[in-house]
Ligand binder design. Structure first.
Ligand SMILES: *Cc1c(COP(=O)(O)O)cnc(C)c1O
Length: 216
């Protein structure tokens, strides 16, 4: 498993080099959803500290104990956030990548105030405008970002999952252009199948699960 970590880190360096970017500047979010703590531990032992989970409840079961043993672990929520989970999510996660509607923005703002905690926040964009997928559609991003401002919520960047089974590059470029247009610095895009492509398009965070932990 730590061999897989090394392989991915090397592929990321190669992609950064090829894109003329600074080596090591892209953050690997190791997606540990469905992976039991026993199989996460070797990656922590190897020194990796940034992980992504897609379910609040699963993360709440796995991570408090792991964090006692491995401090300074940075957790990203990469799955949809329901209103009844916002309190737990703000308590548990350092970064929430999936803001996508006003109610959640309002509740996250409220919980950050109550808990005295500032999470790093991304807006999820439905970059392929797929009806079944969550995320703010590109055309609705401007008013959504304004609404975030109204709630006193600072947005660090954008996150997206491009449509499956098609060449992802135009979607990565689309997300990058949106981030540039709104002066947002961070871009979470690229998974096991396409993280090198995403790095070529300016990703600052790639979310890699199966290439690291094996098939789910
Ligand atoms: C599962 C998941 C990933 C990781 O996918 P892999 O193909 O296993 O690398 C990345 N992003 C999100 C939002 C996910 O749910």
């Amino acid at each position: 498993m730590t061999q897989a970590l090394e392989t991915i880190q090397n592929r990321m360096l190669e992609a950064e080099k090829e894109a003329g970017r600074s080596l090591g500047e892209v953050c690997l979010v190791a997606v540990s959803k469905t992976v039991p703590p026993l199989r996460i531990a070797p990656v922590l032992e190897a020194g990796h500290r940034v992980f992504g989970e897609n379910r609040v409840q699963e993360a709440a079961q796995k991570w408090p104990d792991l964090r006692k043993k491995y401090p300074n672990t940075h957790l990203h929520l990469i799955g949809p956030l329901q209103s009844n989970k916002v309190e737990a999510a703000v308590g548990l996660f350092d970064t929430i990548e999936t803001l996508d509607r006003e109610k959640i923005v309002r509740l996250v703002a409220e919980q950050m105030r109550l808990q005295g905690k500032v999470c790093e926040l991304f807006v999820q964009v439905n970059i392929g405008e797929e009806p079944q997928k969550s995320g703010v559609s590109p055309g609705a991003l401007a008013p959504f970002l304004e609404l975030c401002r109204d709630h006193g919520v600072s947005i660090a960047g954008l996150m997206a999952i491009p449509p499956q089974g098609v060449f992802p590059r135009p979607f990565f470029e689309g997300l990058r252009d949106l981030a540039q247009a709104f002066d947002l610095k961070k871009l979470s895009m690229g998974m096991s199948q396409d993280f090198e492509e995403a790095i070529a398009c300016g990703a600052t965070h790639v979310r890699v699960g199966s290439a690291l932990f094996g098939a789910r």
